[in-house]
Design a protein around this ligand. Sequence first.
Ligand SMILES: Cc1cc2nc3c(=O)[nH]c(=O)nc-3n(C[C@H](O)[C@H](O)[C@H](O)COP(=O)(O)O)c2cc1C
Length: 238
Amino acid sequence: MIRLLHLDGSARPGRSGEHAHGSHTRRLGARFVARWRRLRPQDPVVHRDVGQAPPAPVDGRWVHAAFTPPAQREPWMDERLAESDALVDELIASDLVVAGVPMYNFGMPAQVKAWIDNVVRVGRTFGFDRTRAGAPYWPLLAGQDRRVVLLGARGDHGYDPGGRLEADNLVERGVMTPLRYLGIEAFDCIAVEYDEFADARLQASLASAEAAVDALVDRLVAEAARRAPADPAARVAS
Ligand SMILES: Cc1cc2nc3c(=O)[nH]c(=O)nc-3n(C[C@H](O)[C@H](O)[C@H](O)COP(=O)(O)O)c2cc1C
């Protein structure tokens, strides 16, 4: 079984191609999950829509609570951390995160940053001990074979590696750096460009991103089948 966590970060509620002014990242995420479900209906999917319901940003009370050892927390601290705990639980319970993350002002949307700030949690997803020689910080999600698929969208074009605006693209790096810090090592990135131009180049970019999504699902499903054949009898026979 592969447990999917499907995140949507776009502030736009609908999907492009189906709803006026709909989101391309929602379109790609929905396509990924629909194809996955068709090929592996047994896998559970949790949908977390941070675009429509952004997590509360980290504030002073959150920091105070998170850095108080659990045994010493007062009731208000547990309350303040309840949403963060739920988001951390979802991440820990997932094997594959499929995240729609549009570009807003060269970086990720604030609602996705709020999700990241809530899942980077001392004692839950990373360890910290200032007395520990050499490595006072360490990842708690390492070695768990978790993968993250980032589905992006941009109004302009040229943000991919080698492109004219590569250096301005802080989206993928901005998401991957804190998740790597937690110990997640496998990432795939697919993005649509030319949204602001709304011409044939956008249509071509959408077609190519959708083909890349389909190919990625097929590859990951084939890899999963190789690792753990669905039919237990086949495993015994081999
Ligand atoms: C607040 C905001 C900021 C944006 N900033 C950028 C930007 O810096 N660079 C860019 O190429 N497009 C930018 N765009 C365009 C979006 O990346 C584009 O519309 C994308 O398709 C949004 O993702 P979605 O279709 O999933 O909603 C911005 C859009 C919004 C709403």
